[in-house]
Design a protein around this ligand. Structure first.
Ligand code: PLP
Length: 350
């Protein structure tokens, strides 16, 4: 730390992304990316727009908002887009929390919520998941602040019902509820219909997982027009051109290519169910995931050691190490072939 670093940040612990090693070729099951390339239509569209890069991108990203609005049957003024959904999440903290309004979230969830609360000097109200890692909605309802919940939840993959989400949104009528649906397309149900009904609900999602575009950095939110307006006020005060011309183009084509999207997500779900079955037959405890990853543990080997042994064999999974899940590894679901190689490696190690 330099002697110039602001005192407001001297306790900040930044988010730790999963490894992106370049030293050798790994089967990469550690950051919940898609194993499949983007839609060929995306690649073609990017190439055809590359000669426009001398000009600024469209600060309203209108074509992308329209593509998202059309797909989900909402008005385009209910949509805002961002440089990855992490950026929208940051905008939510900036727009709706302050010294008097904290943010509530679960103890086991996406690590960025805590980081943003610290970065923006917002108080966190951390509610523990139940013993079986399902959501404690009563606990969330008792908090004072806005709420952010990943559904399916990050790290566990567990999906909570829309009835529970709706009841939370009603209980928090004077607060904002943000539902982070990064993993929704792998078996969850989206709260999109609730967004049309409630003026305090924000759906946040990303092109990084189910739309094969983690490197494209494209996220979006769908909410009541007034909430979207607030988010855009923050965006235009921070980085008006937050999406480049190529990501905008990529996003439009990815949103339109429904057949490719369905084909890829279906393969991931099939590979997840195969992997889960195999792990259970090897004696693992595997949480019930509706996402593109599995959280699993075995009595035969400590999570960290299993992670290291797999890495040795050229397979990268994620060891998160947080107290409540310190025995577990998180396995991103890759292609069928990759998951067969993973299972074979686990068998050899055990
Ligand atoms: C991956 C992930 C994000 C971030 O996605 P980007 O669009 O790549 O920034 C947000 N929330 C959750 C729960 C995630 O797992």
């Amino acid at each position: 730390m330099s002697r110039f670093f602001s005192k407001t940040h001297d306790n900040l612990t930044p988010y730790t992304p999963g490894e992106q090693p370049r030293d050798r070729k790994y089967i990469k099951l550690n950051t919940n990316e898609s194993p499949f390339a983007p839609s060929p239509k995306v690649v073609e569209a990017i190439q055809s727009k590359a000669n426009l890069l001398n000009l600024y991108s469209d600060p309203t990203a209108l074509s992308l908002k329209q593509a998202i609005a059309n797909r989900y049957g909402v008005d385009e003024d209910m949509v805002t887009v961002s440089n990855g959904s992490d950026e929208i999440l940051a905008f939510c903290f900036m727009a709706f929390c302050d010294g008097k309004t904290p943010m509530a979230y679960f103890d086991v969830t996406y690590g960025f919520y805590k980081v943003y609360a610290e970065l923006f000097n917002i108080k966190s109200e951390v509610v523990a998941l139940k013993e079986d890692f399902t959501a404690d909605f009563d606990g969330l309802k008792k908090t004072q602040g806005n709420v952010i919940i990943a559904n399916p939840n990050a790290q566990t993959g567990i999906f909570e019902s829309l009835e529970d989400i709706e009841s939370l949104v009603r209980a928090k009528a004077d607060r904002v509820v943000i539902v982070d649906e990064a993993y929704c397309d792998f078996g969850g149900k989206s709260c999109i219909e609730l967004v049309k009904k409630y003026d305090n609900l924000i759906l946040v999602s990303t092109f990084s997982k189910s739309r094969n575009l983690a490197g494209g950095r494209i996220g979006y939110a769908i909410a009541n027009g007034k909430l979207v307006c607030d988010l855009e006020t923050v965006k235009f005060s921070f980085n008006p051109y937050n999406l480049g011309t190529l990501p905008i183009e990529a996003g439009v084509e990815a949103m339109k290519d429904v057949a490719y999207f369905e084909q890829c997500t279906k393969k991931v779900v099939e590979a997840r169910e195969y992997t889960k079955k195999e792990l259970i037959s090897l004696g693992f405890e595997v949480l019930n995931s509706s996402a593109n990853f599995l959280l699993a543990r075995t009595d035969k080997m400590q999570g960290k050691n299993l992670y290291l042994a797999l890495k040795e064999k050229g397979i990268l999974v994620r060891y998160l190490g947080d107290e409540r899940i310190k025995d577990f590894i998180r396995i991103t679901i890759g292609s069928a072939q990759e998951m067969q190689a993973f299972i074979a490696a686990v068998k050899e190690i055990l």
